[in-house]
Design a protein around this ligand. Structure first.
Ligand SMILES: [Zn+2]
Ligand SMILES: [Zn+2]
Length: 353
């Protein structure tokens, strides 16, 4: 590959609890694959759990490992067999982390996030079971990449991964014009969820959280906020939704202790969508409430077929990202970035490799 250095710098997980920046061989794209120069890579709560060893043996399957799955970059080199991909060197791109097998029944219905061969060798979940993007370069299948228009910055594009998850959630929840919504958890995911819910037609969007993040939620267009440290969120959400409860609750907190609150905040026949991972924790379920009120409880995993819509929302200005990308770090400061995330100082620390 002309002009591509043989070694690159990467944030390497050598042992659980610590990352260090090291030189490793630059990956080489195989058939159907593309080498990407990473320009921005965010770190999230799942990365914190992976680094801490919450999913050891699975995410990652072995050490050392390069994490990072919320990134943007530029095409640096094309592997063989990518001629029909529509990609050329220099294209600005973002990448999906799930690439299904393409052949199993779930993949054939477009639900490649649920590929039935997920646990077989060869299936790749980038940043989880296959090398991530917290590095100068990364290799991805051409089919997993989406072009980003000039008007969307590298920093904004690094949020497409999380934003596409909220697009998938609005589709699963069949959110439509005039809907009322509550979002639990005003982290990056929740602050994107509220904007995407509005773009999908929701007219009442109530954010449940605590502290300064609720101010950010108000700036980004939510119609009411509930501070759960000051008041019981269930009656507060129901009151803000005309006393009836909201049509849909989106949980972006990943707090299993709050599941009862989520279910009690929706109207009869309402929908509760779970976007946050709970690190293996278990929740109690009020079965009678779910049954008698015919509540729909939805799991939301990844973002099948949702990247193009999220890119379009960013390009149109319907979703704002500047208040969400305030903390950037050079790759060498990866430990400081993780610290800022753990201490909740940054909504989304973003590394610039
Ligand atoms: Zn993430
Ligand atoms: Zn499959």
């Amino acid at each position: 590959m002309s002009g591509i250095p043989g070694v690159m710098r990467a944030a390497l997980l050598r042992d659980f609890g610590a990352l260090d920046v090291a030189e490793v061989p630059t990956p080489v794209p195989g058939p159907g694959e593309v080498l990407v120069r990473v320009r921005a890579c965010g770190i999230c709560g799942t990365d914190l759990k992976i680094v801490g060893g919450a999913y050891r043996g699975t995410w990652p399957p072995e050490l050392p490992f390069i994490i990072g799955h919320e990134w943007s970059g530029e095409v640096a080199a094309l592997g063989t067999g990518t001629g029909h991909s529509g990609l050329t060197v220099g294209d600005r791109v973002v990448g999906e982390n799930h690439t299904g097998c393409g052949a199993c029944p779930r993949c054939r219905t477009g639900r490649y996030n649920l590929c039935e061969r997920v646990r077989e060798p060869g299936f790749r979940l980038y940043g989880h079971t296959a090398p991530g993007a917290l590095a100068e370069y990364a290799v991805r299948p051409a089919v997993a990449l989406h072009k980003v228009p000039e008007g969307v910055s590298h920093l904004a594009a690094a949020l497409v991964n999380q934003g596409a998850l909220t697009v998938h959630a609005t589709r699963r929840a069949r959110l439509g014009p005039g809907a009322s919504v509550a979002v639990f958890g005003p982290g990056l995911l929740g602050l994107l969820m509220l904007q995407v819910a509005r773009a999908a037609g929701a007219t009442t969007v109530i954010m449940v959280g605590r502290g300064g993040r609720l101010t950010a939620a108000r700036e980004l267009g939510c119609t009411a906020t509930v501070d759960y440290e000051r008041e019981d969120p269930v009656p507060a959400v129901r009151a803000a939704a005309g006393g009836r409860g909201v049509d849909c609750v989106f949980d972006c907190s990943g707090n299993p202790a709050a599941v009862g609150q989520l279910l009690r905040s929706v109207r009869r026949g309402g929908t509760v969508a779970l976007l946050g991972l709970a690190g293996g924790a278990v929740a109690e379920l009020p079965v009678d409430l779910v049954t008698l009120d015919e509540l729909d409880v939805l799991g939301i995993r990844s973002s099948p077929n949702a990247y193009p819509a999220m890119i379009a929302l960013l390009a149109s200005g319907a979703v704002r990202t500047e208040p969400l990308t305030t903390h950037t770090y050079p790759l060498a400061d990866v430990a400081a970035a993780f610290g800022a995330l753990a201490r909740r100082e940054a909504i989304r620390p973003i590394l610039i490799p």
